[in-house]
Design a protein around this ligand. Sequence first.
Ligand code: FAD
Ligand code: NAP
Length: 535
Amino acid sequence: MAKKVAVIGAGVSGLISLKCCVDEGLEPTCFERTEDIGGLWRFKENVEDGRASIYQSVITNTSKEMSCFSDFPMPEDFPNFLHNSKLLEYFRIFAKKFDLLKYIQFQTTVLSVKRRPDFSSSGQWEVCTQNNGKEQCAVFDAVMVCSGHHIQPHIPLTSFPGIERFKGQYFHSRQYKHPVGFEGKRILVIGIGNSASDIASELSKKAAQVFVSTRQGSWVMSRISKDGYPWDMVFHTRFSSMLRNVLPRMVVKWMMEQQISQWFNHENYGLEPQNKYLMKEPVLNDDLPSRILYGAIKVKTRVKELTETAVIFEDGTVEENIDVIIFATGYTFSFPFLEDSLVKVENNMVSLYKFMFPPQLEKPTLVCIGLIQPLGSIFPTVELQARWVTRVFKGLCGLPSEKTMMEDIIKRNKKRIDLFRESQSQILQTNYIDYLDELALEIGVKPDFVSLFLKDPKLVLKLYFGPCNSYQYRLVGPGQWEGARNAILTQKQRILKPLKTRALKKSSSVSASLLLKALGLLAVVVAFFFHLQWL
Ligand code: FAD
Ligand code: NAP
């Protein structure tokens, strides 16, 4: 008998969970509290309760080739980094292609998810929902929680003495939509995450002055990497991931620091991370350094105190006449519809096996999808999570004992703190390729490079030295897709296509072509180290 699965939320995690359920022959029903798909990526002028809220200008910080689902490349003419409306368009095409909308009950909020009395034998859940004021309950064999974790603002007012007497306006970045209304103001943005950097850069074009207050600093990277390729296609290769794993940590950090600092010296710009030997999520922002260089943004230390109109910083400097403070201080999360004990955050640790399964359940029939912050794109990450989970639901893959899972959670958390440190903003942080491979191994879709090398050396070189994108996990094993090899070999075409908007005449002299060949040979040698030629 097909298993009935409840999917909570129709954002990216919910959509891919639906597809994976269908692929595995399960019977999904998705409950989405709003009237449409897309979750976070569906911009609205107003902030809605219970749904993530973005500003109008949000653009992905992971590129299209690294962010698409593994058997569904983005259209060739899509830009490499996508405006939120364009990404939503991709989700719409995806949902249509795989006929997913028919499984979604819109304007239906999940109120509670409870274990059935016979849970220890059946593993079943009672899911109660509300639609137009009408409450309904139904029984499901499994539940995939895809409700997102950028909904509840983290706004640490107690760390800002004097905020109660501040006479200006203050709010969380979740409330920010666009720069209209901020013309001529003196604005302080708290934090130096991606939201803070985007909002400060945008506002600095309209405001009288923008200040950014950071307690720790951050590495800032450009979306554009070597030769103009998207950063993540160069950064996330198996070759560089292997180097990062085998070289001593200090050497890796030093190399990364050298690489990042080639763009600009972070110390001179007041941005250098305080503990630079830790790898927290970098900021991806091409505007921020230039806005600082123009003086439109001034970087400040931690806030010590606020008065009615001024901000006093830890270094003793004071900025008078501040009109607006924006807390771009990240998010917390909770699952009000779940029993308290199911997904716990204790001692800065999320108690989920591989960021998905509560280890204490007698039956592995409830998971969180997307409750993770990988150093790369979340889209292939949630896809592999959903592919694995649906196979666990079907009994095709198993989980270890509760004790082993708990040990793994603790070990993983220690490693996380060691790499990314303890801050609230890094609680869900994880390495990218290592995590993808870990899930791929569970499913049986990690390519075996040795046997593949004998059959298809050209492909293996691309897999190892080129970008580690999701197509790699459709080459072998369950869910194999015959278009995967071609998608890997043609990715460069899809990167360049949207850039080729001006036809250029090529010079065809023989000497130029010989010179090019010689340079090409040299490039192969050099590129072995920079592995760009495998794109
Ligand atoms: P969401 O998109 O938040 O969707 C959750 C859905 O669940 C919503 O539709 C909501 O209405 C619904 N829901 C919630 N509660 C209930 C309930 N009780 N009942 C029914 N429905 C419910 N990651 C990247 O990889 N690349 C990026 O470029 C990137 N950019 C980002 C930019 C911003 C501003 C932010 C905040 C995050 C970004 N991320 C990025 C990370 C982000 O987490 C993912 O991009 C992704 O959108 C998360 O999808 P999700 O489906 O898990 O959650
Ligand atoms: P975030 O990454 O959690 O960053 C929060 C920032 O607030 C950090 O700089 C943090 O500093 C600071 N902060 C937290 N508590 C503080 C306190 N008490 N006092 C002072 N500072 C404090 O949140 P976010 O920027 O909103 O990003 C959330 C997620 O969305 C991230 O994964 C991000 O990549 C993503 N995003 C992507 C884009 C895009 O371009 N596509 C845009 C926006 C957001 P510490 O580091 O010192 O803790």
